[in-house]
Design a protein around this ligand. Structure first.
Ligand SMILES: NC(=O)c1ccc[n+]([C@@H]2O[C@H](COP(=O)([O-])OP(=O)(O)OC[C@H]3O[C@@H](n4cnc5c(N)ncnc54)[C@H](OP(=O)(O)O)[C@@H]3O)[C@@H](O)[C@H]2O)c1
Length: 262
C-alpha cells in the first residue's frame, strides 16, 4: 500500500531514525505528524520538507499523549499509521545495576509505547483500518551484554506486538501490527557505545527500509538482514548452553577492551 496521502504519526522524531523516517515519508507524499519532547528540533525538521506537522509531547504523560492524538485527529483526520519509535537506552554494567537506570526503560520504552497504543487503537478499531508499528530492536530477539534493561524492554515490545496482532486478527479488526527491529544504526542513541557495532548502518538507510516495510504492510521489519538473522539464531535457535557461552564471550571481549582502554 502506497503511503502517498496517508496520515502517519511518528513519535521520537526530533532526531535519529524517527527524523529520517519523517523525511522519507514526506518524500513519498505522506502527511506526517511528528512528536517528541524537543519542540524546537521538531519545528526545524518540519521546515526541511513539505507535509510535516509538529505535535510536541512526552509519551510518558498518559493524558497528555491522549490529548496529542485528539489534536492530530481534529486537525488532520484519522491516523493511518502510528510509528511508535520514541525510545531510550542506557548500557548497564553489573556495578551500575539499579532501579534508577531501569526506570526510564520501563517508563519510556514500555509504558510510553503502551500510552500511545491506548490513544490510537480505539479509533483504528472503530474505523476497521490502520497500522500500529512499534520500534523494538534486534536486541529483543537475544539478550546482549549491557542491555539488561534496554533489551528486556524491547523483548517486551516484541511479545506485546505479537499478542496484540493475534488478538486484532482474531476479531478481524482490520488493524495491523508491525514490529520494527533495527540492528545498529548511527544515531545519538548509539553514540555512547564504546564497542564496535557489527553491521552498523546510517539512519537514512534505516528509514528507507522501514518505509518500504510499512508500504508492504510487513508484520516484521528486521534489518540489516545479517544482523537480524544472527540475533534470531542466537536467541531463538541456538541450544541454551551454546547461546549462553556465545553471549558471555561477547561480554568478556567488551570487558577486556574496556580494561585495556582504561
Ligand atoms: N540506533 C540504533 O542502533 C537502534 C537500534 C535498535 C532500535 N533503536 C530504536 O530506535 C528508536 C529511535 O532511536 P534513535 O536511535 O533514532 O535515537 P535518538 O536519536 O536518540 O531518538 C530517540 C527519540 O526518542 C524521543 N524520546 C525519548 N524519550 C521521549 C519521551 N519521553 N517522549 C517523547 N519522545 C521521546 C527523543 O526525542 P526528545 O528527546 O526530543 O523527546 C528522540 O526523538 C528507539 O526506540 C531505539 O530504541 C535504535
Amino acid at each position: 500500500m502506497s503511503l502517498n496521502g496517508k496520515l502517519v504519526w511518528i513519535t521520537g522524531a526530533s532526531s535519529g531514525i524517527g527524523a529520517e523516517v519523517a523525511l522519507e515519508l514526506a518524500r513519498r507524499g505522506a502527511r506526517v505528524v511528528v512528536t517528541a519532547r524537543r519542540a524546537e528540533a521538531l519545528e526545524e525538521l518540519a521546515g526541511r520538507a513539505e507535509g510535516i506537522s509538529v505535535a510536541a509531547g512526552d509519551i510518558t504523560d498518559h493524558d497528555g499523549i491522549a490529548r496529542v492524538v485528539e489534536g492530530i485527529t481534529a486537525s488532520h483526520g484519522p491516523i493511518d499509521v502510528a510509528l511508535l519509535n520514541a525510545g531510550t537506552y542506557t548500557p548497564i554494567l553489573p556495578e551500575q545495576f539499579s532501579a534508577d537506570l531501569f526506570r526510564p526503560h520501563v517508563e519510556v520504552n514500555i509504558m510510553g509505547t503502551v500510552n500511545c497504543i491506548e490513544a490510537v487503537l480505539p479509533g483504528m478499531r472503530a474505523r476497521r483500518s490502520g497500522r500500529i508499528a512499534v520500534v523494538a530492536s534486534v536486541t529483543g530477539f537475544a539478550a546482549l551484554p549491557m542491555a539488561s534493561a534496554y533489551g528486556a524492554s524491547k523483548a517486551f515490545l516484541i511479545s506485546m506486538c505479537d499478542s496484540l496482532r493475534a488478538d486484532l486478527a482474531g476479531e478481524r479488526s482490520g488493524v495491523g501490527v508491525t514490529v520494527v527491529a533495527p540492528g545498529f544504526v548511527k544515531t545519538d542513541l548509539t553514540e555512547q557505545n564504546d564497542f564496535e557495532m557489527p553491521f552498523v548502518i546510517e539512519a537514512p538507510e534505516a528509514a528507507r527500509i522501514i518505509v518500504d516495510g510499512l508500504e508492504a504492510g510487513d508484520p516484521e521489519i528486521a534489518f540489516p538482514r545479517r544482523m537480524s538473522l544472527a540475533m534470531k539464531t542466537i536467541g531463538r535457535w541456538l541450544p541454551g548452553p551454546l547461546r549462553r557461552r556465545y553471549v558471555a564471550n561477547i561480554a568478556r571481549k567488551r570487558h577486556r577492551d574496556r580494561a585495556r582502554a582504561a
